[in-house]
Design a binder for this molecule. Sequence first.
Ligand code: UT7
Length: 331
Amino acid sequence: MSKITAAITAVGGYVPEYVLTNKILETMVETNDEWITSRTGIKERRILKEEGKGTSFLAIKAAEDLIQKKGLDPKEIDLVIVCTASPDMKAASTAAYTATEIGAVNAFSYDLEAACSSFLFGMSTATAYIEAGRYKKILLIGADKNSSFINYKDRATCIIFGDGAGAVLFEPNEEGLGLQDELLRSNGEGREFLQATYGGSSYPITKDTFNEGKHYVFQDGKTVFKNAVFNMADVSERIMKRNNLTNDDIAWLAAHQANKRIIDATANRIELEEDKVMINIQRYGNTTSATLPLLLFDYESQLKKGDKIIFAAFGGGFTWGSIYLKWAYNS
Ligand code: UT7
């Protein structure tokens, strides 16, 4: 009997309607379109404005898009994982609410958090369950409402982040397609360079810290940038080497969309031509857990069965890694 592999068999996505352009940001902080475009590649990002709507709103929309396109009966879903760094609430699972709202009444569900690497690490988790034969339909969602903890007076962060969600379905495959290999890493020494310090269990929000804006995300951009460039390129190169892959073998690079310069550096290291590099950062900015599934959402029609894809991500923690996957269907 051939080994069961775990393949992506459907994709969905959602971004909110409101478009926050570089031009609008020029009216909010001291910045300009030319600086943002040349330093990050971002032109606009989407923001979820409606009061009381959190990450689950985005996750549900992306999941519903997938369910509708695939003609999937949500009752057949075994497990719903919501990868997110911005859960709706403390002490209540965002995934549980999402699963119930989409009608996945026979599923169990949980959140998975690894900052910008959440979805990449979630691909590993979903694959392990499928390969073990334990579950057959796993809905893996990457969703973040970053605008909920961004300071729109801090030009170092507010130009980068956006809100959005993407979803994929993992199912068993008997043709050897799907996830082939993974190289996942973390290093807690990185946490001081990218964090929202207050509002977690270490430092609950007080009136003073709230007034000082310490619950917003902070990053030492240069240090994060350097680490992201080195590590994303490093794991991508290593995973290719150990699978005997050259640049000619690779159909696509799907890299976390944090900064176009980081993506370019990764593509250069593995000597990949520009037209094989998935890119949508110009439209969404950095959507944290949603960048990878939103790339698949945007590029799905161009993907062919058997395409070899290198995924790569880097984020807070630090967390990072690379996954080598063979695409399983023509759409
Ligand atoms: O997904 C999680 C991982 N996150 C990342 O991967 C983000 C990694 N970091 C980055 O992408 C980049 O570091 C940033 C885009 C955040 C910043 O770009 P940079 O080239 O590293 O700029 P910088 O922070 O070194 O700032 C250069 C200059 C500074 O001015 P001086 O000191 O040289 O006069 C900044 O004050 O640019 C200034 N600056 C800005 N100017 C206009 C910083 N932000 C802005 C801005 N508009 N928005």
